[in-house]
Design a protein around this ligand. Sequence first.
Ligand code: DGL
Length: 265
Amino acid sequence: MSVPPTILVFDSGLGGLTVLREIVGTRPDAHYVYVADDAFFPYGHHSEEQIIARVVPLIGELIAAHAPDLVVIACNTASTLVMSHLRERYQVPFVGTVPAIKPACASSQTKRVSVLGTKGTVKREYTRALIRDFAQGCEVTLVGSAELASLAEAALSGGDVSDRQVSAELAPCFVGDGADGLSRTDTVVLACTHYPLLMDRLVRLAPWPVDWIDPAPAIARRVADLLGRPGGEADHAGAEMIFTSGRPHTLNRALMPFFGGRVPA
Ligand code: DGL
């Protein structure tokens, strides 16, 4: 392992930054390479075959180019498909991001849980199996959103995203009589890494208060477990951010908080 370690964080776009932010908190010493596959965004609109054919070789190229000590697939739409393929093909340790259905169902009081993800993620056999295995008597509602990831990208880039647009994507998560606190949805799984980018809005626009389950802290703990304790030496090279489209990123300063205060090159 290199000292300090290099961690490559991969997503279809800017959503994986919400995972990166947590990982940086646990391993501030590491060197970070963040890769947004914006040339193929949004993954939620592609077929399973297309995503596997795109992501598996691309990760191979990124491993060859950056020699990471660990790779985080910070994307549910990809992780629910590609993890076994990646582990078969490459020696590097991988951490994936999959819907946090088990902890959500374990903590729900009303036994009504919604899973908000891309249309791809909610269709996956992987997600259905998580519900079969871990629903623990909860009624789980799958909500596939066509637009929320793109709205989150637009909002982070300073674009105009209306409350009405966000509310429309959110509404199907809220099941039951809003006036009856004992039987309505009380927990929503954020099964797309883009959605925590809109956290303030989600909280404000929710018809009633719910627990929002973001898997990023658990992913950061898993990364820390795999890498072990931080060494004495910290990365001073700065973080890197790569868009597969090759477009220059104009968001440097806005992205600093996700990189633990560093300006990504
Ligand atoms: N950030 C991705 C996820 O966690 C998906 C967004 C997309 O490309 O559709 O599922």
